[in-house]
Each structure stands twice: as structure tokens, then as C-alpha cells.
Ligand binder design. Structure first.
Ligand SMILES: Nc1ncnc2c1ncn2[C@@H]1O[C@H](COP(=O)(O)OP(=O)(O)O)[C@@H](O)[C@H]1O
Ligand SMILES: O=C(CO)[C@@H](O)[C@H](O)COP(=O)(O)O
Length: 460
């Protein structure tokens, strides 16, 4: 941006977002190095000795099953943990990741003075000091008591000793953390008055960028697929996550995460469409809604929602088949991914209503043929915003909001002049009649492919 001539001196506030759940481990004494970083050097040179863990765990890590069981046991069971933190124990959630580091490398843990999320890590760079974790991204750790918005002592104690001190106090997501560090004003020309507003997770930032309203459903088609809703009175359950709302601390956000998103679509695109999205889209156009009853489950890696792995194809008579013609495979993948989203959103209590709007974002939301299937499966119109990078736009909105949020101004008021989402596609006539019975079949077949203790996932 500097070499493009961007005028940093005009920036009044900035915020940002990071993939949720990942964690960064700062070595004892690092805060001084961060504070005193020389503006003559790039940050990576000044900070290279600051980290006690060199490979930070990210959300795709699922190696903490034993820590998850221990956490659920320590607090009185999976539902009880969900009632406290909004989610039962998940492998990628930061508390379980920290517990693993502590149990495998206690000396590394003891050497760590601060643990940041990806979001609060990035905020720390701009602040030149350790930035607090915001309530919304903090809800993805299995550590935050989401009702009182304080760390849960029983969860902290179950994960590692002395953890509260290493996490710092969580703050409302709209908090102004302080002015930008001298490093950034000297090196890039920011005004020393530029404010840093708490950073948050990518999905919470997307909720802000899409200006989600109650009743809307947001579907992000990025590396992972996620689905999120704005809710007033959540009931945390054994499936899905409840997070504090990033733009309104009194309300909540429900989130479902599907690990087999774009990477799965890319794999089928490479196998069945010569690696071309155009060819992939043509296959969707050349096949009929409902795929003549053929449907499939495509999980190259262990899925989060539902817990299942492997590729499972069924013909119209519910018989398992080993392959489909290429075009049928492509439609089965996309229909299957969207049917799963609708079924699991409905399990969370969401109902598709006549006024339902689906707001689509993420890389695959550029693809109209994919959006058409989404619209047909949900029988609802799909909208997109000009930029598919809603997490980035949401960070800009949140930065402006942070400057005046204390005056009780809502984010909706701050961004009311921003362009409205654009209608991308509407449901095809007759889609509801096709997908109603298919959704029922998909839900029944899903029961056959999910992992449960009585059956091996891989054997099916
Ligand atoms: N035309 C397209 N059709 C379908 N998927 C696409 C298309 N263009 C990009 N993508 C997908 O978008 C993904 C990236 O989405 P993005 O939202 O940037 O990811 P992230 O969640 O990592 O931020 C890529 O993995 C790619 O598969
Ligand atoms: O784990 C989750 C949400 O719970 C992921 O959605 C991550 O937040 C990162 O997503 P991508 O940006 O890689 O899709």
C-alpha cells in the first residue's frame, strides 16, 4: 500500500480479522521487543526471537481429542461445557490446543508470557503492545463464559495452570485498544492519533461486513464453509457454536463450520472438470435439480458438521454406488454440501421464511452456478456484496463503529449509507417440490455415514 502511494495519515482507526481458533505463543520478555521495534526494520526481523512455539496451531488442527474429552469431563459433560462456553469441546478450539502444548511441553508453556489468538496477535503488532482478545473471537476457545463474558475458571483450570494471566482480560469487540504504535507512524506515515479497534475472528468480521440482520442467513464459501446467524436468545447445544456477537455485545451469533469446503470442491473440479471452474459450472448447468435422485457425501477430511469422513454416493433407490458420471458427481457434491447446511441450520432452530435472505460470501460466491444451487436448495434468494472479502470490509466497518460505539450508536446506523447487498439469484420454479423430499432423504442417509462409537467411519 505504501508503494502504491496510499495516504496512511488519513486513517482515523483500523481493525482487522484473523482465522478463528489459531494461537500465538509469546516468549517471556517479548512485550519489550514489540514495544521498542525499530521502524527501520521489517517486523519479522525484530520479532523473530519472540515466539516460544514456532509452528502455531491453526483451526485445521484436530489432534487434541484427548484434551477435549478431559475438558468435558472436568466441567461435568459436553452439554455443560456448551452451556458455559457456547460449544462442546472441539479439537480446533484454543483451550484444547493450549492444553496439548502444556501437557506435551510444559517448559515451553512456562516460558510463554502471553497467548494471543491470530486476531489479537495482529492487533498487537499495530498496537505495539499485547492486545486483548475480543469477546467474539474469544468465544471460539472453549474458555470464555459467554453470558458473563469472563474467562471460566473451571475451563481455565482444566486446560493449564496460570492461564488467565497469559490470556489477559477479554474486551467488548468494539473496544478502542489505544493509538497506533510509533513503529507504524514512523514507517508508514500513520497519524499518531489513529486508533486500533479490537480485532476479531474472520467469521465474526464477515457478519459485520455483510451487515447481517436478524432473520438473514450468511453462508461463507471460503477454505472452510461456514454458516452463521444473528440470534438474541441462543440455546447452546451439542452441535454448532454460539459466539458473542461482534457488533452488539448484548446478542449472539450462531455458527456452523464445515471443514470440507473449497478444498473439497477443488478436488472434484480437478478430477471431474479438468481443473476448470468454467467446466465445473457447465456441469451444474447440464444436470437437473435433484440430480435424478443421486446424492453424495464428500468428506476428504473428517468433517466437523456432521462428524463423518469418506465419500459416500447413493443412487435414487438409496443404494450405495462406487462412482457417478462426472457431471452427476459435481452436482451431487454441490447439492450435498448445501443440503447439509440447510439441515444443520434447521437443527439449530433456523427456519427458512418467506422473507429469508441468504447472504453469500467467500471465494466460491463468485460462482453464479454454485449460488443457483444454494438458492434452490434453500428456496430463498441469494445476495452478495460487491466484495467477496466481507471479513476485510467488516473490519473497516468495525473500525469506524469503534470510534463511536460508546455513544450507543449501532453498527447498522454507522454503515447505513453503504451499498446494499445485490440480488444474485432467485430460486428456480419448482425447486421446493424437488428438494423437500430430497432433504428428508439426505438427512436419513446422513445418519448412515456419520461416525458413532458403534461403527467405524472408514469401514462403511
Ligand atoms: N469461480 C469459482 N468457483 C468456485 N470456487 C472458487 C471460484 N473462485 C475461487 N474459488 C474458491 O475460493 C476459495 C478461496 O476463498 P476465500 O474466501 O478467499 O478463502 P479463505 O476462507 O481462506 O479466506 C479457493 O479455495 C477457491 O477454491
Ligand atoms: O474454524 C473455523 C470457524 O469455526 C473456520 O471458519 C476458521 O475461522 C477459518 O476459516 P477459513 O478462512 O479458512 O475458511
Amino acid at each position: 500500500m505504501k508503494s502504491l502511494g496510499f495516504n496512511f495519515s488519513q486513517v482515523r482507526a483500523l481493525s482487522g480479522a484473523g482465522q478463528q481458533h489459531g494461537s500465538v505463543y509469546w516468549k517471556k520478555g517479548s512485550v519489550q521487543i514489540l514495544k521498542n521495534a525499530s521502524s527501520k526494520l521489517p517486523l519479522h526481523q525484530s520479532l523473530k526471537a519472540c515466539f516460544s512455539v514456532s509452528n502455531s496451531p491453526i483451526w485445521m488442527d484436530s489432534s487434541t481429542a484427548s484434551q477435549c474429552s478431559a475438558l468435558e469431563k472436568a466441567v461435568g459433560g459436553a452439554q455443560h461445557l456448551a452451556s458455559i462456553t457456547g460449544s462442546r469441546a472441539y479439537e480446533r478450539f484454543t483451550g484444547n490446543q493450549i492444553a496439548k502444548i502444556y501437557s506435551q511441553n510444559p517448559e515451553v508453556y512456562m516460558e510463554t508470557e502471553r497467548i494471543s489468538l491470530v486476531s489479537s496477535f495482529a492487533a498487537s503488532l499495530f498496537l505495539g503492545a499485547y492486545a486483548p482478545i475480543d469477546y467474539s473471537d474469544g468465544s471460539g476457545m472453549n474458555l470464555l463464559q459467554i453470558w458473563k463474558k469472563v474467562w471460566s475458571v473451571s475451563c481455565l483450570d482444566a486446560c493449564a495452570p496460570g492461564l488467565e494471566e497469559k490470556l489477559g482480560c477479554p474486551v467488548p469487540s468494539h473496544s478502542v485498544l489505544g493509538p497506533i504504535s510509533p513503529y507504524y507512524s514512523q514507517r508508514y506515515g500513520f497519524s499518531p492519533d489513529c486508533k486500533i479497534v479490537a480485532f476479531t475472528g474472520d467469521n465474526p468480521a464477515s457478519l459485520a461486513g455483510m451487515r447481517l440482520q436478524e432473520g438473514d442467513i450468511a453462508i461463507s464459501l471460503g477454505t472452510s464453509d461456514t454458516l452463521f446467524l444473528w440470534i438474541q436468545e441462543p440455546t447452546p447445544a451439542l452441535e454448532g457454536h454460539i459466539l458473542c456477537n461482534p457488533v452488539d455485545s448484548q446478542t449472539y451469533m450462531a455458527l456452523l463450520c464445515f471443514k470440507n469446503g473449497s478444498l473439497m470442491r477443488e478436488r472434484i473440479r480437478d478430477d471431474c472438470a479438468s481443473g476448470s471452474w468454467d467446466e465445473f459450472s457447465k456441469a451444474l448447468s447440464s444436470t437437473v435439480a435433484g440430480n435424478n435422485g443421486n446424492l453424495g457425501f464428500y468428506f476428504d477430511v473428517m468433517e466437523i458438521t456432521p462428524e463423518a469422513v469418506g465419500i459416500h454416493r447413493f443412487n435414487g433407490d438409496n443404494q450405495k454406488v462406487s462412482d457417478f458420471p462426472k457431471e452427476v458427481e459435481i452436482r451431487a457434491l454441490i447439492e450435498g454440501q448445501f443440503m447439509a447446511k440447510r439441515i444443520h441450520a434447521e437443527k439449530l432452530g433456523y427456519k427458512v421464511m418467506p422473507r429469508t435472505r441468504i447472504l453469500a460470501t467467500g471465494g466460491a460466491s463468485h460462482n453464479k452456478k454454485i449460488l443457483q444451487v444454494l438458492s434452490d436448495v434453500f428456496n430463498a434468494p441469494v445476495y452478495t456484496i460487491d466484495t467477496a472479502n466481507s471479513a476485510c470490509l467488516g473490519s473497516a466497518y468495525r473500525a469506524i463503529h469503534g470510534l463511536i460505539a460508546e455513544m450507543n450508536v449501532s453498527l447498522a446506523d454507522v454503515v447505513k449509507l453503504a451499498p446494499e447487498p445485490k440480488l444474485a439469484v432467485t430460486p428456480t420454479a419448482g425447486a421446493e417440490e424437488i428438494y423437500c423430499p430430497l432433504l428428508k432423504r439426505y438427512a436419513e442417509l446422513e445418519q448412515k455415514v456419520v461416525c458413532n462409537p458403534a461403527s467405524s467411519c472408514l469401514a462403511k
